[in-house]
Design a protein around this ligand. Structure first.
Ligand code: SF4
Length: 161
């Protein structure tokens, strides 16, 4: 037996939210709204979601890593270069647009084959999304992977499929 304390107010609020979401869903489906309009960003929930790479809602809410801080972030850009930087280690250079509209080149390294695969399906010009990267201490435009980091692109998805 596990005693559970009920909070009626909280329960009523959660039920009301669930009903609102159901009503929104029931309006959107017959109106043929794009599936992406259902996505709702929530930092904790999104961090576990396997659709992060493809989800525009996630990208609208995901800032890049901040130079000069240890805060990780996400990068979305065009692949300029992919290179081997050691045994089973790769690096990518991608061109991103900063918040001020200026272009920035980011080197993302080191990317181990164990965590990111060989990345051999990537081609110059591909749109690449790098999720959960931190700034290396020796360069404002160099990002290093966290344990949860992911490299995503349509080319990699097609290759897996
Ligand atoms: S990443 Fe997109 S689809 Fe996934 S939980 Fe977040 S908003 Fe929803």
């Amino acid at each position: 037996m596990i005693p559970v304390e009920l909070d009626r107010q909280k329960g009523a609020a959660e039920a009301a939210e669930a009903q609102n979401l159901r009503e929104t869903y029931n309006k959107k489906v017959p109106a043929r709204d794009a599936p992406a309009t259902f996505a709702q960003y929530a930092a904790e929930g999104c961090s576990l979601c396997e659709f992060r790479g493809a989800c525009d809602t996630f990208w609208k809410n995901s800032p890049p890593p901040e130079p000069g801080t240890n805060r990780y972030g996400c990068l979305n850009g065009q692949l300029l270069q992919i290179a081997s930087v050691g045994h089973r280690l790769n690096s990518l250079v991608i061109l991103c647009e900063g918040a001020d509209g200026a272009s920035q080149r980011w080197e993302i390294t080191p990317l181990s084959v164990e965590q990111f695969g060989t990345l051999e399906a990537l081609r110059q010009g591909d749109i690449v999304r790098a999720i959960d990267f931190a700034i290396d201490t020796d360069g404002a435009y160099r990002a290093k992977p966290t344990q949860a980091a992911v490299i995503w692109s349509f080319s990699l998805q097609e290759n897996r499929g």
